[in-house]
Design a protein around this ligand. Structure first.
Ligand SMILES: *Cc1c(COP(=O)(O)O)cnc(C)c1O
Length: 412
């Protein structure tokens, strides 16, 4: 499979972390922090050079003028989000901050419509953001937030369960805010029908794509998603704490009166330096920008997005389905009759991305420790979960096989 893999050569474009013994680690943690492309240092170096040689002139006369640096990232973001054109996306800020900015615009509770549907056990930052937004509006989170829990005996949310909740709460529903790919279970939500049902109920629908972008193909424009936000350091390989991004659907591009927290970088570009009184938002997603861009971080993202554009998300997904499918096949094989762990990720490949999550019966933490000692990087989530995510741009079928051999020995 590695020999036949059309994306095989992309592995050479990344630095693979080393084990204590100096050999290459098996790195299945790209869902948490993606690996560094070899091109990243050069791309950052270029901006350091312009800063060194040009000083403030770098804003307009650098080789990649900083004033419009965010535009260099847009083609990659369009490819990965399924935006209709660059005006629907913009790289900016950080994920949780962007979720707040998006909720300022798209969660505007009224006396009768104030509820938010989210998944129970959402990533803590999302829980805190949503909870504090409710309080900001003077609402009791316990009243305003509807948390979806899986059916008894299930570990992920059936689409029918989500749709039922939307229907049950339709009179009071203001917003549906779910993750595209769930960080714990690895479930890839069905964005299209859920968004449609949310709209039918009269609510806005937004998605946290932290674990989805660069992992699964997205069609945010076509699926009429109101807004989305993501970070860039997971599957996007843009470095720890890297610049995040937002999508705002075109249908909202000409709504200057939509409430938002403004800043000078959201002001129309051509008149920004006239420094006039009175905030006017730029058209499209750019109108939500607040501060001038973190160029060194965006340079890292630029290097990474060029790789995504070259590989294409369709080919990445094709390989991912095979790679994760192979992992599942081997795990099923080795768990057979042993009852040591259970996979909590959906077994339908269409309902998951690269990640599989295993719930261990016992000794999970000891197995995790030994995997780490064997030079395998996966991650551990309380109470008893090991998550592993073979990333199609730099992981191989042979690594999946090697990982399962080690796991088999440990379990036996
Ligand atoms: C990784 C992740 C975050 C992290 O938020 P930051 O603001 O980047 O620290 C938030 N939400 C989800 C769902 C995540 O997976």
């Amino acid at each position: 499979m590695d020999e036949q893999d059309p994306l095989a050569s992309f592995r050479e474009r990344f630095f693979i972390p080393k084990t204590k013994e100096g050999s290459k680690a098996i790195y299945f943690c790209g869902n948490s922090l993606g690996l560094q492309p070899r091109a990243t240092a050069l791309t950052i170096q270029q901006e350091l050079k312009d800063w060194k040689n040009l000083g403030v002139e770098g804003h307009f006369h650098g080789s990649n003028p900083w004033f419009e640096y965010h535009k260099f990232l847009k083609p990659g973001l369009v490819e990965l989000t399924g935006a209709s054109d660059p005006s629907e996306v913009t790289p900016m800020g950080s994920l949780t901050t962007n979720l707040h900015l998006m909720m300022v615009s798209f969660y505007r509770p009224t006396q009768h419509r104030y509820k938010i549907i989210m998944e129970s056990g959402a990533f803590p930052s999302d829980q805190y953001a949503i909870e504090s937004q409710c309080r900001f509006h003077g609402l009791d989170p316990a009243q305003a937030i509807v948390e979806l829990t899986p059916e008894p005996g299930k570990y992920y949310l059936e689409t029918s369960r989500i749709i039922r909740s939307i229907e049950e709460n339709s009179e009071q529903l203001a917003l549906v805010l779910l993750s595209g790919v769930q960080y714990y279970s690895g479930q890839f939500f069905e964005i299209e029908p859920i968004t449609r049902m949310g709209h039918d109920a009269g609510a806005y629908v937004g998605w946290d794509l932290a674990h989805a972008i660069g992992n699964v193909p997205l069609s945010l424009h076509q699926h009429q998603v109101d807004f989305a936000a993501w970070c860039s350091y997971k599957y996007l390989n843009s470095g720890p704490g890297g610049t995040a991004g937002i999508f705002v659907h075109k249908k909202h591009e000409n709504e200057p009166d939509i409430p938002r927290f403004g800043g000078w970088w959201g002001y129309p570009e051509t008149e920004r330096f006239e420094m006039k009184k009175g905030f006017i938002p730029a058209k499209g997603a750019d109108g939500w920008q607040v501060s001038n861009a973190n160029i060194l971080s965006m340079a890292a993202q630029k290097a990474s997005l060029e790789i995504f554009l070259e590989a294409g998300i369709t080919r990445i997904r094709d390989k991912s389905l095979l790679l994760t499918g192979y992992l599942e096949f081997l795990l099923n094989d080795l768990s057979h009759g042993l009852d040591k762990f259970k996979m909590i990720t959906p077994d339908n490949p269409q309902n998951r991305g690269a990640q599989l999550s295993l719930l261990f019966n016992q000794e999970g933490s000891a197995i995790f420790r030994e995997l780490t000692n064997s030079g395998i990087v996966v991650d551990w989530r309380e109470p008893n979960i090991i998550r592993m995510a073979p990333a199609p741009l730099y992981n191989t079928f042979e690594e999946v096989y090697g990982f399962c051999q080690v796991l088999k020995t440990l379990i036996e």
